[in-house]
Design a protein around this ligand. Structure first.
Ligand code: NAX
Length: 330
């Protein structure tokens, strides 16, 4: 039997955090044998709701949950953490500029980075969900210099899952027949959902997505904005933002990182760019296709990038450079 790992979830009593805790407790993130100690952090304003969440989690009597530690104190939340899922963030208020949003969040992720540096294990794996996710992850990493930069990642898996679901509808084929759809860049409207390396299995034979869809106009002009704007579409229908699908994607991301990706399958992850992959500037948290093994991710290299894609990769890189400048002045 494995030793329990300490998993920090910030914003645990929020929309995403709430669902996510149950998923983790059920083994969706670390598999069916890994026990967890849940270190759940909230703002004082949400302390009551957090208490309720803990009661409900306890009442599930989940065999994988070794302990639950609710807290509003950052030093307790990040104490000895093996994993941190950073969901809590400042939402965009009415009339708030992008710069204000970045700065408000910079404060939160600076404090959490410092706490990770001071209190968590040096091997901690961090996944940032709270927006702007890529830049928040960069800020946390910047303020946790004793933890390797490769340990900080941002969530773009929801975008990948959305892309797969769109293609599955279009091709009338099950989702698990669709492979290697990539999200490049920022988790924002500039993201590039790329089908050029994607494949669909039909009767045991793999065909390229472009060949199967036979509609480049749809793929270039309809599909890309559909995926990028899916979050807004959900809000317009539900009057609140996506929660369960975001929590599910966080589980997919961390599960692949923790357990490994399936042979030949790519997982899109916001990870630190080393400046040597696909022309992306060094030091940004940028979403690349990754393969994971033994708890480490590796960028899939050598994929052909056509002119259209190159422009898309640069557009989203430019936005991330601007965000970094605004948040960290580098
Ligand atoms: P909610 O407002 O429902 O929940 C956020 C929770 O975080 C609240 O309970 C709040 O008290 C808490 N919180 C805020 N600041 C905190 C801090 N400094 N420490 C601890 N807790 C803190 O938002 P929810 O719908 O759960 O969304 C959370 C974040 O995920 C947002 O930033 C949202 O934009 C982002 N998303 C990111 C996605 C992605 O794919 N990367 C997709 C879904 C989602 O939009």
């Amino acid at each position: 039997e494995s030793k329990p790992i300490r998993v920090t979830v910030t914003g645990a009593a929020g929309q995403i955090g709430w669902v996510l805790c149950f998923m983790i407790a059920q083994g969706r993130m670390f598999g069916p044998y890994q026990k967890v100690i849940l270190q759940l952090m909230e703002l004082p304003a949400a302390e009551q709701v957090l208490q309720g969440l803990v009661m409900e989690l306890k009442d599930c009597a989940f065999p994988l949950v070794a302990d639950i530690k609710p807290t509003t104190k950052i030093e307790e939340a990040f104490d000895q953490s093996d994993v941190a899922i950073l969901v809590g963030a400042k939402p965009r208020g009415p009339g708030m500029e992008r710069k204000d949003l970045l700065n408000e969040n910079a404060k939160i992720f600076k404090a959490q980075g410092e706490a990770i540096d001071k209190y968590s294990k040096k091997t901690i794996k961090v996944l940032v969900v709270g927006n702007p996710a890529n830049t928040n992850a960069l800020i946390a990493s910047h303020y946790a210099p004793s933890v390797p930069k490769k340990n900080f990642t941002a969530l773009t898996r929801l975008d990948q899952n959305r892309a797969i679901s769109q293609l599955s509808d279009k091709l009338k084929t099950p989702v698990d027949d669709i492979h290697n759809i990539i999200i490049w860049g920022n988790h924002s409207l500039t993201q590039y959902p790329d089908v050029n390396h994607g494949q669909v299995s039909v009767g045991g034979k793999k065909t390229s997505i472009r060949e199967a869809v036979k509609d480049d106009k749809y793929l270039n002009e309809t599909f890309i904005p559909k995926v990028a704007k899916r979050g807004a579409e959900i809000i317009s229908v539900m009057k609140k933002s996506s929660a369960a699908s975001a929590a599910n994607a966080a589980c997919d991301h961390m599960h692949d990182w923790w357990v490994g990706t399936k042979q030949g399958e790519y997982a899109s992850m916001g990870i630190i760019s080393d400046g040597n992959k696909y022309g992306v500037a060094a030091g940004l948290i940028y979403s690349f296709p990754c393969e994971c093994k033994n708890g480490e991710w590796k960028v899939v290299e050598g994929l052909a990038v056509d002119e259209f894609s190159k422009k898309k990769l640069q557009e989203t890189e430019k936005e991330l450079l601007e965000e970094r400048k605004m948040a960290l002045d580098i």
